[in-house]
Design a protein around this ligand. Sequence first.
Ligand code: ADP
Ligand code: MG
Length: 704
Amino acid sequence: MPTQFLAQPIDYLRGVGEQRATILKKDAGIFTYGDLLYYFPYKYIDKSVIHTIVSLTPDMPYVQLRGKITSVQVLGTARAQRMVATFADASGVIELTWFQSINYLKQSINVGNEYIAFGKITDYKGKYSIVHPEMELYTPAITLQQIPLYPAYNTTEKMKNRGLDSKAISKLMLALVTLIKQQQIIFPETLSPAILEQYRLMSATDAIIQLHFPSTNATIINAQNRIKFEELFFLQLKLIKLKKLNQQNIRGHVFSIVGAYFNEFYKQIPFTLTGAQKRVLKEIRNDVGTGKHMNRLIQGDVGSGKTIVALMSMLLAIDNTYQACLMAPTEILATQHYHGITELLKGLPVTVKLLTGSTKAKERRFIHAQLLSGELNILIGTHALIEDVVQFKNLGIAIIDEQHRFGVEQRFKLWKKNSVAPPHVIVMTATPIPRTLAMTLYGDLDISTIDELPAGRKPIKTIHYTENKRLMAYGLMREQIALGRQVYVVYPLIDESETLDFQNLMQGFDNIVSYFPEPQYRVSVVHGQMSAVNKEASMQQFVKGNTHIMIATTVIEVGVNVPNASVMVIESAERFGLSQLHQLRGRVGRGADQSYCTLITGFKLSADSKMRMSTMCETNDGFKISEVDLKLRGAGDIHGTQQSGIMNFKLADLAKDQQILIAARNTAIDIMNDDPNLNLPQHAGMKAELHKIETGKTNWSRIS
Ligand code: ADP
Ligand code: MG
């Protein structure tokens, strides 16, 4: 039985033994034969070429040389010992250095012998050497072409100390694959013959063997694609199944009436909705009008007007005698929504309340009572909203703003706020997220996109200054304030040191106050160490236009809306990620006049930082920015991906494998439509694999 074979403890494999097994389990998560086989190389080194010493350049990754050892010396004493050898081929001489295993090497490396040396070039003050090269005695019979593509495996320091370097892992793999061939083990195939055929994918067995013992570069790609497809396919299958189950099993509250609340509000909106806003509203109405349970993501760029769409969905709920709530990630943002929505609803008989961590006990009790009696129509708040004590009479819709700050569990907590059936849910993103990420992070939701900005917005002009040109940024600030506009100056938040943040901010404050000494320049400060009350008071001074300059850490990052602000100065901009920069920039450009964003950085910028600055200067399109962000950072560092569990891919990469993802998703949709319970015989392997994933038994060691 293949499964039994794969579940064998790694201790049983020849060459492992007890101590190595312990390290393999602890450092690499390898408990079984199956785990080892799924420990894929992170790259392949081409060993089909032998370089000459004269042709070496420091940017070569790994090189292979053939030459003779001309001298060996052991230098230093005791712990600081190192062994240095000179190695020469016909073209030149290079130094080889070892810091470890010197006693062993002294015996095995001999002057006059010819070796194949393999390693990475180090460039020390223009002098090249190879540290810790792998040495193999050269014999004419050596058949390099046997493994021209040499797999490289990740190993930890502890693994190396037990002799488990990349080469050793390769040896274990050889022992295992030899067993597989001897016993003619065939891996359980998880994909159906039709899928393998359609996408010309390798069988599971071939793919795994090719990944460890590749024949050519092309087969590596094919083998990788097979595994990537599998990883992405099963995640999609799981998400689509979840979505289907929700749709089948959950009755949605029906909002059949488009009544006075909705219509009166529609009449009093001070602008016309964009085509995209109208389309998304229609999508929402199609869901909530039919008895379907809505679970929808609204994606839209900063300033695209997501709030009003959310508000109109809430009014639809109220028209149908339901209540609504809106949850935001920070107190500032919740408060902002509360003020904004109250303002928009002026003149309409809708009751709105705010509930946050700093709501007083008395007010809280009042809110709880009003919620239960049904007097309160809309509750806005932070996660204080999902506490158990908060109970609604009849919650019909829940809106979650800036979802990436919230976990999936919180979405489910909101579901439970209506005991008859879960409320409809709308999730709004802060900034657009790349298509591949949306499909994976929100693959169980329907997605609506607001891909149009309100008319008349001028694109924000973005300029990058190095620190020495800060005065130019100040000049722009002065100019704009003279025109009656307001300015943000934002400092990065350093997680490790709140004190340091504070110092930076205060120094910036001093700078600005000394550059703008005249009494007519008034400054607000908001930072993380202030109490909620003081933060809010300071924000309000700025919102009301009583202050001209807002100096802040990133607490203002999300959602804050002051249309009169026209300049965003971002200090130490290189310390921000792209989506954060875009989000910050989105705080300006909300009125009809020209707005500016200045990015101030140090002189020395990494290639990534340069890319981020130039992307910001080149485009205002949040969708484009999110794609660049994903490429630069990889999916693992993007908000929300960590807790979602999607980062357990061994090979798939959401930044690079968009096409495979789309194919995998479409295939999963087709299969869930044709055979939702995977009962067809050709789907047996698929069913077993999905079950394994759903029950968390993806680790071979836990399969019995
Ligand atoms: P975001 O999508 O970033 O949350 P908001 O919903 O805060 O954007 O909207 C940004 C600003 O644009 C608000 O002041 C809002 O009133 C305004 N707005 C929304 N829709 C329109 C529209 N169709 N035309 C003009 N202004 C609009
Ligand atoms: Mg918003």
